[in-house]
Design a protein around this ligand. Sequence first.
Ligand code: NAD
Ligand code: AKB
Length: 314
Amino acid sequence: MKKDKILVIGACGQIGVELTLALRKMYGDTNVVASDLREEHELLKGSGPYVSLDVMNKEMLHVLVIRHNITQIYLLAAILSATGEKNPLLAWHINMQSLLNVLDIAKEEGLDKIYWPSSIAVFGQTSPKVDTPQHTVIEPTTIYGISKFAGERWCEYYNHRYGIDVRSLRYPGLISYKSAPGGGTTDYAIEIFHDALESKAYNCFLKEDTYLPMMYMPDAIRATIELMEAPKDHIKVRSSYNLGAMSFSPKEIGAEIGKHVPGFTMRYEPDYRQQIADSWPGSIDDELARNDWGWKHEYDLEKMTVDMIKNLKQ
Ligand code: NAD
Ligand code: AKB
């Protein structure tokens, strides 16, 4: 077992639950402190320490870090794209101040490592749509994307200026069945499974030909851990790495699900999220992640669909 003491902030969210459980397996249950604003998630109960925390309260966060001898922080608390558009100032405030609180405490306490996820949402209309490269025009149009891009600059700044070992991934849309998603544009690709199994029908809030980069949660958890475990000198990108696995449209995932759910039908009623999706890439070039620390995805659309349906049926 490793000696590190980890704090996961936003541990009850879609990624947090699975990441916390994976980290507890690696580092030992008592060495991973889960925290969130919400009540402890059912799947976390009894698996390790849980603390109620508002990451916006810097003093409380600082005390927690000192009291638990924390050496690494995974900051997952954020307002996602669709929710962010409903209250842009709140999204900006939470997404930025949470990161600044964590980075500053990392500097003051000399923490070993920080993980903070960015998103494909950093890209905008003026970025190339296909195989969007790591370094390209970045002009996000959503408040979520703007806050992620600013966050990336802060991460790189704290690394270059203060030597903080901050690591980050630009996740694509993540698909999972254990913990519900938190208000994103890519959430349709999760809802579709639930509705297909419950009613054999899905009314999609995006158009049928909207391609977006996606990833199955086991790949995302493994990518996060592999990035954090990689030797320091392998991490060349200190803003955030592009990360890819698959790309599909609502029509394509619908057809794949239809192979397992006879009679499954789809309707399309695009709403305000269509505009968000239209501003994002259709696919991602993640060559640097693959070269620098050996990233390799396992799940494509077909393999993920089989696994999602098997698990949701149980
Ligand atoms: P989520 O919304 O499911 O979870 C976020 C968690 O943070 C929630 O449990 C929420 O209660 C908690 N939280 C919110 N405000 C808080 C506060 N003030 N103090 C403490 N906790 C607070 O989000 P997620 O999908 O798990 O995403 C985690 C991170 O990954 C976010 O930064 C998100 O932008 C990023 N990301 C997610 C995806 C995806 O598809 N899920 C894709 C790209 C990037
Ligand atoms: C969202 O849709 O907001 C997230 C993301 C891609 O960052 N899933």
